[in-house]
Design a protein around this ligand. Structure first.
Ligand code: 3PG
Length: 396
């Protein structure tokens, strides 16, 4: 696909799709990452003399204006990150939006109100996409984290205006390709999280592509149970036992080594300060639940990563939000970070929980690449085509 470098930008009005679906609490943005990571694209466009209209969704207002999901509170936040004043339009299409676009000077930036206040956005309604396209000359998509949605602003616009990928979109795709499409091997994947039922496509795709699949979190219990282990009161999808066995069989066929825990940290409930012990997975007491991988497993995983050249990570290994059940996630994340710093491992991570877990382990900045995406990262790991990316490729 094309990039900013292929566009003639001076004096042009650029519709820039960003993903400023940022976490907010009490009207305040609690994590600036997505805004900071899109800033280089905004700055490059402005520096080239383009007029920049920022388009984003926020939350899920389901096609109707909702003051609680207005983007107005983001204006000073974006302005502070960019270090320039920015405008705001109370609608992303129609006369209000047109006026905001016309008033912009070359190099100016304006934020348009939440795209999802219009039902046509998520429906990818041609009339709504036309109305957006009417605002500008060029379309730039920098919202990798929304590229799994075939919406008017992520898909429809690319089919209507000369289009290019923004710097962040480019960066995400380059790093993710390096990790999974053309990896240096051995390639390992860490997959954690609560349930295998939500990650079946992911597991199915990964076993066919990676050399080692490390399974942690609640989903490890489902695999252990499928192999005849009694996991006591642990979170476990008993009805998924056959599916888990099929995944193990598929892995074996593909030469993928599935690594499951051998010891576990167990307690009577998930609570801060609760009494806990470490046991072999073969001797989990009937009234206890597994809340983390055990220290022997964590050490083993850390050592095994030492033999790998590439790592993709999605999902925490234990209940990391409640220490001490963060220990295995911390140990393995810190080992991956150390190997990365030594230049021995290319490590790529993504997903909301994963980013929190790595931040909690203090290694977020030590991974080779951390994606801004949650759902889109997962779909990409699943091997799915992302409509937002496909539309850019089709245009090129
Ligand atoms: C995200 O935060 O992962 C993206 O912005 C997509 O949001 P959505 O799941 O509401 O489409």
């Amino acid at each position: 696909f094309k990039t900013l470098d292929n566009l003639d930008l001076a004096g042009k009005t650029v519709l820039l799709r960003v993903d400023f679906n940022v976490p907010m609490a009490g009207g305040k943005v609690t994590d600036l990452t997505r805004i900071e990571r899109a800033a280089p694209t905004i700055r490059d466009l402005a520096a080239a003399g383009a007029k920049v209209l920022l388009l984003t969704h926020f939350g899920r207002p389901k096609g109707t204006p909702n003051p609680e999901m207005s983007l107005r509170p983001l204006v000073p936040v974006i302005a502070a990150v960019l270090g320039v004043e920015i405008g705001f339009a109370e609608d992303c299409v129609g006369p209000v939006a047109q006026k905001a676009a016309q008033e912009l000077a070359p190099g100016g930036v304006a934020l348009m109100e939440n795209l999802r206040f219009h039902a046509g956005e998520e429906a990818n309604d041609p009339a709504f996409a036309d109305a957006l396209a009417a605002l500008g000359d060029l379309y730039v998509n920098d919202a990798f984290s929304a590229a799994h949605r075939a919406h008017a602003s992520t898909e429809g616009l690319a089919r209507r205006l000369p289009s290019a990928a923004g710097r962040l979109m480019q960066e995400e795709l380059e790093h993710l390709d390096q990790a999974l499409a053309q990896p240096k091997r051995p390639l390992a994947a860490v997959v954690g999280g609560a349930k295998i039922s939500t990650k079946l496509d992911l597991l199915g795709n990964l076993v066919a592509r990676v050399n080692m699949l490390i399974i942690g979190g609640g989903m490890a219990n489902t695999f252990l149970n499928a192999l005849g282990v009694d996991v006591g009161r642990s979170l476990c999808e008993h009805e998924m036992a056959d599916t888990a066995k099929q995944i193990i069989a598929k892995a074996k066929e593909a030469g993928c080594d599935v690594v499951l825990p051998t010891d576990a940290v167990v307690a009577g409930s998930l609570a801060a300060g609760v009494a806990y012990t470490t046991v072999s997975v073969k001797t989990v007491p009937a009234n206890q639940m597994i809340l983390d991988l055990g220290p022997a497993t964590a050490e083993h995983l850390a050592r095994r990563l030492g033999d790998c050249a590439t790592l993709v990570w999605n999902g925490p290994l234990g209940c990391f939000e409640v220490p001490p059940f963060d220990a295995a996630t911390n140990t393995v994340a810190q080992a991956a970070a150390a190997l990365t710093k030594e230049g021995k491992l290319l490590s790529v991570a993504g997903g909301g929980d994963t980013v929190s877990a790595l931040a909690h382990a203090g290694v977020l900045n030590d991974f080779s690449y951390v994606s801004t995406a949650g759902g889109a990262f997962l779909e990409w790991l699943e091997g799915k085509t992302l409509p937002g990316v496909k539309a850019l490729e089709d245009q090129a």
